[in-house]
Design a protein around this ligand. Structure first.
Ligand code: NDP
Length: 247
């Protein structure tokens, strides 16, 4: 298997905006075949159209990562059409920050379902494929929030800590199958992520910080590209980056 991106089949969840979309555009421009999952199929189809217009190859599959069967269907679509999966970028995520005492329990559920269970469903659906192939790379998206706990960020931080724990555990188990696992932990990056915060004071503070400090999504795409392009005997365990001005 080549170490380069060219010709690799890369499944990306949460590809309809932000980090996932930018990474799909970046990697497909370098020759990757990208299989795109998210709920907003109109956005995915526009992305496929853009990629194909530039001579690339892409497939859109409507996917809600909280539904195990839809995630299985995403991986099956990739294998049926392109014959294998070289990389899974488990990227779909939701951030709804609020103080615990506000008791926004439905939002806690949403984050647990998307960030933790969605990541696990991705692993569950791709692992049998990669074990049989005896190659593959699973990249899970955590966060600076996976390294610390902030007021109003408790549940989001908990989900991103969980992603790191799951990824570390996965690495220790998949060595016999020649699989690589990487955690990408970004700080503030300019995407739609902050749009889902419903607690007004918290939303205002976070949006102001993002307006002043957030990095472009290309910073994330570069990190993914770095992990993927390493020689097959190098497993980049984690890439942690943030704006220079972020604590
Ligand atoms: P966006 O809000 O722009 O993108 C989130 C993506 O996740 C969208 O494509 C959305 O697609 C998808 N998504 C959400 N819920 C579901 C679901 N149930 N099923 C399938 N897809 C879903 O934010 P980002 O691009 O910033 O977020 C990407 C990842 O990066 C997340 O895991 C986030 O936690 C992480 N991250 C982001 C940081 C930042 O500062 N931007 C910092 C650290 C980590 P759709 O709604 O169409 O389903």
């Amino acid at each position: 298997m080549s170490n380069n991106i060219n010709g690799k089949v890369i499944v990306i969840t949460g590809a309809s905006s932000g980090l996932g979309e930018c990474t799909a555009r970046t990697l497909s421009a370098k020759g990757a075949i990208v299989v795109l999952g998210a709920r907003r199929i109109d956005r995915l189809e526009k992305l496929v159209h853009d990629i194909e217009s530039g001579g690339g190859r892409a497939l859109a599959v409507a996917t809600d990562v909280t539904d195990k069967s839809q995630v299985e269907n995403l991986m099956k679509a990739a294998v049926d059409k392109f014959g294998r999966i070289d990389v899974l970028l488990n990227n779909a995520g939701l951030m709804q920050q609020s103080m615990l005492e506000s008791l926004k329990v439905n939002e806690w559920d949403n984050m647990i379902d998307i960030n933790i269970k969605g990541t696990l469903y991705g692993i569950a659906a791709v692992l049998p494929v990669m074990k049989e192939q005896k190659f593959g790379h699973i990249i899970n998206v955590s966060s600076i929030a996976g390294h610390k706990v902030t007021p109003a960020g408790v549940i989001y931080c908990a989900t991103k800590h969980a992603v790191r724990v799951i990824s570390e555990g996965l690495r220790s188990e998949v060595k016999p199958y020649n699989l690589r696992t990487t955690i990408i932990s970004p700080g503030a990056v300019d995407t739609e992520l902050t749009n889902h915060i419903t607690e007004e004071g918290v939303a205002g503070q976070i949006k102001q910080f993002y307006d002043e400090h957030a990095l472009p999504p290309s910073s994330f795409a570069s990190a993914v590209e770095f992990a993927i392009t390493q020689p097959e005997n190098i497993d980049i365990n984690e890439i942690l980056f943030r704006p220079t001005s972020q604590e």
